[in-house]
Write a protein that binds this ligand. Structure first.
Ligand code: MEV
Length: 440
């Protein structure tokens, strides 16, 4: 039977672990051993990780892989990817190399505006609220000066604040809808601090606005928070080549491949069941780089999927066409990212990943990550419309199955060789291991 505990966060790390293993595990010593196995022997490094969150008991590892040979706007990149799914890095690397030989990826940042809102309830005359807003707006900006000074020095800051009437949806509901330029910072803290200050100023100033009745003076602030929907923080990445160049062997023509590819993308554009999986494949590439570079993949995920549904129906994030014998494939995607602040200056592997990427600005990182998404989608559609996805997937999955059976390095080598010419299924791998072991 589980039990509740008071004051858990105040216990030392070792006492927390004692409580967990004693409460939940049949073999407490073994559970403790596994948790400790993942501690870093460098105490300072471990402490750094312990302090990222509350109640840390150990570290959770994901592989950090790299996909080399990405030519983006004529500059070569090796892209770091933190991900557990077996075939993702292999597919990215293959797509990177494929397009390296065909001119690479062309990218551009379309916009970098981020949004935050103060949601409030006002019971009264909208015209008076509008007048109040016009008068108080400069003060809203003025009273955030201590928060915005540094950002403004670098060329960013608050772009605008608007008053929005949402009373058609909810009685008495209005917003201060603010836009921001946060440069190389993801900007969540900056935006939220500004918004909370707007809310304070707005509420306080209302108390002194003579045109308001006593009821109107009581503005009820519901919440102040940035939006992870960033349709105006948009990046585009594209590849193109002559249709003939799409073919890597003579058995199927480039045009046939291109037409099938475009059709597959068209299906994801109109069919939500397919679009979700199609976009999931894109996010395999995007999340892996977002994570490796210390960015907030939940924010990116939420914003990207909202964007995919912006026209009222969930649809593909990528598009493809054939124009005058040229195959064109592109993505347009909202990405709110940072290359300064947060984990980027704390986590040693994040710092390393950013250095590997030539220490990019947030704008450059947006472009690199859009490319990772496009490349991943290219690899997936290419496999799906030719060999099928399972061939590549199961080849990579082979190693997972071998590890489940604690195969030795020699066994792995033998079986990887064997499965070059045999279909990988779970039972086929199990049978092959058993046969091999019976022989030795
Ligand atoms: C698997 O993680 C991703 C794919 O399903 C994406 C797709 O179907 O396009 C292969």
């Amino acid at each position: 039977m589980s039990k509740s505990i008071a004051g858990f966060s105040k216990l030392s790390k070792s006492k927390k672990i004692d409580w967990i293993v004693d409460t939940y595990f049949a073999n407490a010593e073994s559970a403790k051993g596994i948790l400790k196995q993942y501690w870093n022997s460098d105490e300072k490094l471990q402490q750094l990780h312990d302090e990222f969150i509350e109640n840390t008991i150990t570290n959770y590892y994901l592989p950090l892989g790299v996909a080399p040979n990405f030519l983006i706007n004529d500059k070569l990149y090796t892209i770091p990817m933190a991900i557990e799914e077996s075939s993702v890095v292999a597919a990215a690397s293959k797509a990177g190399k494929f397009w390296l030989d065909r001119g690479g990826f062309i990218t551009n940042v379309i916009s970098t505006t981020k949004i935050g809102q103060v949601h409030f309830v006002f019971k009264g005359d909208f015209e008076k609220l509008g007048q109040f807003f016009d008068i108080v707006k400069p003060k809203l900006i003025q009273e955030t000066k201590s928060i915005t000074a540094n950002m403004e020095k670098r060329g960013g800051g608050i772009l605008n604040i608007e008053l929005i009437d949402k009373t058609e949806d909810i009685n008495g509901y209005y917003q201060l809808h603010a836009s921001f330029e946060t440069l190389d910072a993801m900007g969540a803290n900056f935006i939220n601090s500004c918004l909370e200050q707007f809310a304070k100023t707005f509420k306080n100033e209302a108390l002194n606005f003579d045109l308001f009745s006593e009821e109107e003076k009581q503005i009820d602030i519901i919440m102040s928070i940035l939006s992870n929907y960033v349709p105006d923080c948009l990046v585009r990445a594209e590849v193109s080549c002559h249709v003939d160049e799409l073919s890597e062997n003579s058995s199927v023509s480039g045009r046939v491949l291109a037409e099938k590819f475009v059709r597959a993308v068209n299906i994801a554009e109109i069919e939500p069941y397919r679009a979700v999986t199609h976009n999931k494949g894109i996010m395999n590439g995007i999340d892996a780089v977002v994570l490796a570079t210390g960015n907030d993949f939940r924010a990116v995920e939420a914003g990207v999927h909202a964007y995919a549904a912006r026209k009222g129906k969930y649809s593909s994030l990528t598009h493809a066409k054939i124009e005058d014998d040229t195959f064109k494939f592109w993505i347009e995607i909202p990405l709110a990212l940072g290359t300064v602040g947060g984990l980027t200056s704390l986590h040693p592997l994040v710092k390393l990943a950013l250095e590997l990427l030539h220490k990019p600005s947030a704008r450059e990182l947006m472009q690199i990550i859009a490319v990772a998404g496009l490349a991943q989608n290219f690899g997936a559609i290419r496999s799906l419309t030719t060999t099928g996805i399972q061939q590549g997937h199961m080849k990579m999955h082979l190693m997972n199955i071998l590890n489940q059976f604690e195969a030795t390095n020699v066994e792995k080598q033998t079986l990887v060789e064997y499965f070059k010419n045999n279909t990988v299924t779970h039972s086929a791998v199990v049978e092959a291991i058993q046969k091999l072991r019976a022989k030795n």
